[in-house]
Each structure stands twice: as structure tokens, then as C-alpha cells.
Design a protein around this ligand. Structure first.
Ligand SMILES: NC(=O)c1ccc[n+]([C@@H]2O[C@H](COP(=O)([O-])OP(=O)(O)OC[C@H]3O[C@@H](n4cnc5c(N)ncnc54)[C@H](OP(=O)(O)O)[C@@H]3O)[C@@H](O)[C@H]2O)c1
Length: 327
């Protein structure tokens, strides 16, 4: 569902790892359906030709086109749905309905789209338990880095007290490119050319993407059910190009920093540009790199993702795919 940067990167990775998946994991796959806004809902339970679809050679429209996600999933006889449609930060729709339909029809539901975690995490988790199918979302934060998979299995008997990080690639690319002398608009185009910025980059630039990630991590990893409106959010548009370059020349850097701190039953969550000293580990992130620091009750640890391409997001979906079908 959704065949833009992420959907395409995921399909390319599935193709390139087809033999490995079969030999090492005994997992075989068929592309039973693709849906986009423009091309509509294409389905074939015997399998579409993935290379043809990647090359924009779409099958002829069927005499009776699918009218909604349920009809499409039923026609495809899907075992797994990968939700990579455009983000609606305010409602999480229609991605929530897509994932619900998949679970209700007995398919695993895997999402790169963060909206459903923030707006329907408990509903989708309960439904997945009821249907004994997986609802997985590793690709939503830091692409393929195992952030959600780390908790709780890798860190049993710990409490996450706070976290901080730089979690949005687009703003990091834009700030880095402006530092190098490009204008704001040129820097945004560069992020789009890299495939990290969505077609409409305002969700990234205005801090919505980061705010959704902070909310998702707070809801899932801290177990605090906050709403998006509880994340105090300032984007990067108000920083002038001159200011970004002059602080860089003085050995400091602006980064869009995400923070959450547990306060009893709730959490203080912020997203805002912060002026960081060169000694701050977050200041050294270049290009699409992102990083997060977790402060647990027992110790602290950090993850850094070094300049990932869009294939890293595809990998997040692939890793969830294996987790789902091998469980
Ligand atoms: N890009 C990243 O680095 C990244 C990383 C992690 C997570 N994500 C998330 O992954 C998702 C996809 O990102 P992207 O970069 O691939 O975006 P994108 O390139 O803009 O592609 C979005 C795709 O979704 C389709 N779509 C939109 N609304 C739809 C609907 N109602 N029904 C069916 N298809 C619909 C679009 O179809 P048309 O092309 O026909 O309009 C397009 O194929 C987003 O939720 C994003 O937040 C992105």
C-alpha cells in the first residue's frame, strides 16, 4: 500500500534478497498487489511481475476494479500488508483503516507510516492479538535500526526514563546543505532527490514527522499514552540561512532535537531546533544520519544510524516481514 520512495525501496530489497530469504529462512514471497493514489488498486494472487511494476509497466485495469482496501486485500489473498502510503500526521488515516482491514482479514500488518502508531496503537495492538497476527512498525523510527525490537526483550527489567535524539533525515540534510552554502529551497530539493523527503516535505520541515516519532516512542517504549498535541513542536523554517551558516563558522550547529522525559504517569515531549556545541554527539550527525540516546533506570545507551539511504527504510519493512512470518 503506497508505492513511492519507501514502497519501491522495499520491493527492490525483496528482489535482491530473494535467494537469501529462501535459502536461509525458507521464506518465499509473491507480490500479490500494489496500490497507489494514481494507479488505484492492482491485485493478482498469482503474483504481479515486480520488475515490470518497478519499471512503471502496470497491468491493464481489470474489468471490475477493486473499490476499497478490503476488496483489494481479498482479491490479492494477501498474507502480509506493507503500509507505506503518505502520512497524515493529524489523523493517521487512511493508513489506520488499511492496517485494520489487513488484520481483520487475517494478514500481518506492517507499517512504515507513523500515523497509525500515534493515533491507533492500542486499537491495532489489541486487534493483532485477537487475530493472532503481527502488527509491526520498526521502519517508522530510524528506518532499519532495531529500536522497537530492542524493547522489552533486549532490555528486560528496565524502565525508560527519557530519550533524546535527532530523528528526522530531511531536516538534517536541509541544515547540512544550507551550512554548505545552498539556499533553503535548494537544500529541500536535495533531500527530495535523495528520496528521504516526502513529495510534500512540510511534515518534516515543520517538525510534525519528529513530533510523531517522539509520540510513537513515548507511547510504545514508555507506555505513556500521549497525544500528538502534547508534543511541543517548533520546526526549522524560522532559522535563517545566515544564522545557520554563521553558527557553523563559529563551531556550533543547529539540529532539530527530539526529547521526552517521564514525569510520573505522563511525559514532557519537545521537538525544536537546538544550538549544539561541537562536543555534543548529536552535533556531528551529517546528511541523513540520525541518533537516539536512551536513558534507562539502570544505564544509558545510544544508537547512531550513519547516513542511511532509502534502502534502510526498506530494510525496516523486510526485517519486520521476517519477524512476522517466522513467529
Ligand atoms: N521516505 C522516508 O525516508 C521514510 C522513512 C520512514 C517512514 N516513511 C513513511 O513511509 C510512508 C511513505 O513515504 P514515501 O517517502 O515513500 O512517500 P511518497 O514517495 O510520497 O509515496 C507515497 C505513496 O503513497 C501513495 N498513497 C498516498 N495516499 C494513498 C492512499 N490514500 N491510498 C493508496 N496509496 C496512497 C502515493 O500514491 P501516488 O504516488 O499515486 O500519489 C505514493 O505511491 C510515509 O508514511 C512516510 O512517513 C518514510
Amino acid at each position: 500500500m503506497g508505492f513511492g520512495n519507501v514502497g519501491r525501496a522495499f520491493l527492490r530489497l525483496l528482489i535482491s534478497k530473494e535467494t537469501e530469504l529462501r535459502r536461509r529462512y525458507d521464506v518465499r514471497w509473491r507480490l500479490a498487489g500494489v496500490a497507489t493514489r494514481r494507479y488505484g488498486w492492482v491485485a493478482d494472487p498469482d503474483g504481479l511481475n515486480p520488475l515490470a511494476v518497478l519499471n512503471e509497466h502496470w497491468p491493464a485495469p481489470p474489468s471490475q476494479p477493486c473499490r476499497n482496501v478490503r476488496e483489494w486485500l481479498e482479491k490479492a489473498r494477501a498474507d502480509v500488508l506493507f503500509e507505506a502510503s503518505s502520512l497524515d500526521a493529524q489523523t493517521g488515516q487512511p493508513a489506520i483503516d488499511h492496517l485494520k482491514a489487513a488484520l481483520e482479514l487475517g494478514a500481518h500488518a506492517i507499517t512504515a507510516n507513523k500515523g497509525p502508531i500515534v493515533h491507533a496503537f492500542h486499537e491495532l495492538t489489541s486487534l493483532s492479538h485477537e487475530k493472532q497476527k503481527k502488527f509491526l512498525y520498526e521502519a517508522t523510527v530510524m528506518d532499519g535500526a532495531p529500536i522497537f525490537s530492542l524493547f522489552p526483550l533486549g532490555l528486560p527489567a528496565t524502565v525508560l526514563q527519557s530519550f533524546s535524539g535527532v530523528l528526522n533525515s530531511t531536516t538534517n540534510v536541509v541544515l547540512t546543505e544550507i551550512e554548505k552554502g545552498r539556499s533553503f529551497d535548494e537544500a529541500v530539493k536535495r533531500a527530495q532527490a535523495l528520496g528521504v523527503a516526502e513529495t510534500d516535505p512540510s511534515a518534516d520541515l515543520d517538525g510534525w514527522d519528529s513530533a510523531l516519532k517522539v509520540a510513537a516512542l513515548t507511547i510504545v517504549l514508555m507506555g505513556v499514552p500521549i497525544g500528538l498535541e502534547q508534543v511541543q513542536r517548533i520546526g526549522i523554517r524560522e532559522l535563517s540561512e545566515e544564522k545557520i551558516r554563521s553558527v557553523r563558522a563559529a563551531g556550533m550547529r543547529y539540529k532539530l532535537v527530539c526529547r521526552a522525559v517521564r514525569r510520573g504517569d505522563t511525559a514532557d515531549c519537545t521537538v525544536q531546533p537546538e544550538l549544539l556545541l561541537a562536543s555534543d554527539p548529536l552535533a556531528n550527525l551529517e546528511g541523513t544520519s540520525s541518533a537516539i540516546r536512551f536513558d534507562l533506570d539502570v544505564f544509558s545507551l545510544s544508537f547512531v544510524e550513519h547516513n542511511p539511504g532509502i534502502e534502510a527504510t526498506g530494510y525496516g519493512l523486510l526485517a519486520d516481514f521476517l519477524r512476522a512470518v517466522q513467529a
